[in-house]
Design a protein around this ligand. Structure first.
Ligand code: SAM
Length: 294
């Protein structure tokens, strides 16, 4: 898909009440920006960004002129100076739009300290929601999405990374991690050690871009694959919730019996699989056994 511009004119400008507007920006494809985000970028009195060059480029693609408005570089470690400047703009009755380099601000990205400070001072803090790699990856992973836990980036050192993973062993939902291509093989290996090599997992890479790819299998399968293949680009790793820890066989049987009262075997198996994340084969065999016993 080409990055054709939606040309913004003065007519696109809206009257923004004083406040801080967190804008989600594309994670690959420039057209993945909402019309409301474009309106806010065209209208805010002050623009602030983790990376001002990326925001300028995005605005250029979509035909939004800066028109003399200030653009301030901000990340949570910029220190109190940059934050005070943006809070000062709010105090002066201005609208401030903030974008991180890609995706949703605050999601493994800056913005938390700024949003908290603006909220504590009683200003409007609102969001123009949009892309986030975590949600895009979960959406296409084929892993249960009813409950999930976003864990961000793991630490660099192996020992610390394993300790970090251990905290999530019993989380009853799909785990979502951000990864780097240089480290993903080591992380998957550590995940296999901590979560067990049989846990199902997914690597989602280069989302919304030309080489988007989803690789799934057990952590053992993925670890074996990464021993011979070097992945490139931006990466999200998702790990299915543990089966045995969360649901005993008797839990599964009870759930199946309940579902089988109203559903066909096929639908009951699908429903229990969705609810528990347990492999279809296991639930299906249990359903057959229950049928035989009956
Ligand atoms: N705020 C962003 C969001 O909402 O997704 C995340 C920013 S974080 C600094 C960057 C990490 O997000 C990358 O290292 C990668 O793990 C993940 N990521 C960002 N874009 C991605 C993409 N197109 N495909 C896969 N992962 C991506």
């Amino acid at each position: 898909m080409k990055d054709a511009a939606i040309v913004m004119t003065a007519a696109n400008r809206v009257n923004l009440p004083v406040g801080l507007y967190f804008i989600a920006t594309p994670i690959g494809t420039a057209r993945d920006i909402t019309l409301r985000a474009l309106d806010i970028l065209a209208s805010a009195d002050v623009l602030a960004a983790e990376d001002t060059r990326s925001l300028r480029r995005l605005m250029d693609i979509h035909g939004i002129a800066l028109e003399g408005r200030p653009m301030v570089a901000y990340h949570d470690h910029s220190g109190d100076g940059a934050r005070a400047k943006l809070l000062g703009a709010l105090k002066d009755g201005k609208s401030v739009a903030y974008a991180s380099e890609a995706g949703t601000p605050l999601i493994a990205d800056p913005g938390y300290q700024l949003g908290r400070a603006a909220r504590e001072e009683g200003y409007l803090v609102t969001a123009a929601p949009g892309p986030s790699a975590a949600i895009a990856a979960l959406t296409i992973s084929g892993l249960p999405s009813d409950s999930f836990f976003f864990a961000g980036f793991a630490p660099n050192a192996t020992g610390q990374r394993q300790t970090f993973f251990r905290a999530f062993v019993d989380v009853p939902g799909t785990l979502i991690f951000y990864e780097s291509p240089n480290r993903v093989a080591k992380s998957i290996k550590d995940m296999a050690t901590v979560f067990g090599a049989d846990r199902k997992a997914v690597i989602a890479r280069e989302l919304t871009k030309k080489f988007e790819e989803v690789l799934s299998g057990s952590l053992r399968d993925l670890s074996d694959m990464l021993a011979t293949r070097k992945l490139k680009g931006e990466i999200v790793v998702l790990v299915a919730r543990g089966e045995r820890d969360a649901f005993t066989d008797s839990d599964l049987e009870d759930l199946l019996k309940t579902e089988l009262k109203t559903l066909s075997v096929k639908d009951a198996v699908a429903s229990v699989m969705q609810e528990t994340g347990v492999a279809r084969r296991k639930i299906y065999q249990m359903a057959l056994q229950l049928g035989n016993d009956a």
